[in-house]
Design a binder for this molecule. Structure first.
Ligand code: 5GP
Ligand code: MG
Length: 204
């Protein structure tokens, strides 16, 4: 019989720091896991208090994919799951990125309790746009949940009902968050070394 290889999924903090492009780890794998379980528990009990037995979770791709998949597995209600795809682009006249919906979800939301999930709440433009779009479908309730909140960066007033961690005005990668599409697969969240922010230097 073939001998099974043992695979360790528990990286030590030292191993996590080992990624050569990461300057600082701000939230470790353990901190994130712990907080996401807390958030799932809070969401479960809040909706139970509301008398809701079913929750429709809508994740914003690509950034929220890792967070929402962990969150989803911690929620102890009947769930429906969908995604909307949003991109942010820079308009000539605007100093900030403007969001554009590339693909709508396919589930109907009328009469449903809906939880919209994103990775980061930054200027507030993305969630404001999506809140407006989803409310037009007449859900019974619509709340938002983000892992990270950069409150100081708000351009459009917006508050999420569920926030994992507050973050100052720093650019972060990992746990679904990218820089030029890299680093989404890191199990922790951190800042990028300054020399890696210039993609023209990427030859690997
Ligand atoms: P908002 O519309 O609130 O300005 O933007 C939210 C989106 O901007 C997030 O969903 C995320 O994709 C992106 N974003 C904002 N801050 C960061 C960051 O520090 N790192 C990364 N990778 N993306 C960010
Ligand atoms: Mg995003």
């Amino acid at each position: 019989m073939a001998k099974q290889k043992s695979i360790s999924l528990n990286h030590s903090p030292e191993e996590e720091l080992a990624h050569p492009d990461i300057e600082n780890v701000l939230f470790s794998r353990e901190q994130i896991n712990h907080r996401v379980i807390e958030m799932s528990d809070t969401i479960t009990s809040d909706y139970q208090t509301l008398g809701a037995t079913e929750l429709t979770i809508v994740g914003i791709t690509n950034g929220a994919v890792v967070f929402v998949s962990d969150l989803l597995r911690g929620v102890r209600l009947h769930t429906r799951f969908d995604t909307v795809r949003v991109t942010s682009y820079y308009d000539y006249d605007s100093p900030v990125a403007l969001p554009k919906i590339l693909a709508q979800g396919k589930l109907r939301l009328d009469g449903k309790h809906v939880l919209l999930v994103d990775d980061i709440l930054d200027t507030g433009n993305t969630l404001s746009l999506l809140r407006k779009t989803l409310l037009a479908q007449n859900p019974v309730s619509l709340r938002t949940c983000v892992l990270l909140d950069k409150k100081s960066r708000r351009v459009t007033p917006f508050e999420a009902e569920y926030v994992g961690f507050d973050l100052p005005d720093v650019f972060v990668v990992g746990y679904g968050l990218d820089y030029a599409e890299r680093y989404r697969n890191l199990p922790y969240i951190g800042t990028l070394k300054i020399e890696r922010r210039d993609t023209s230097s990427w030859d690997d």
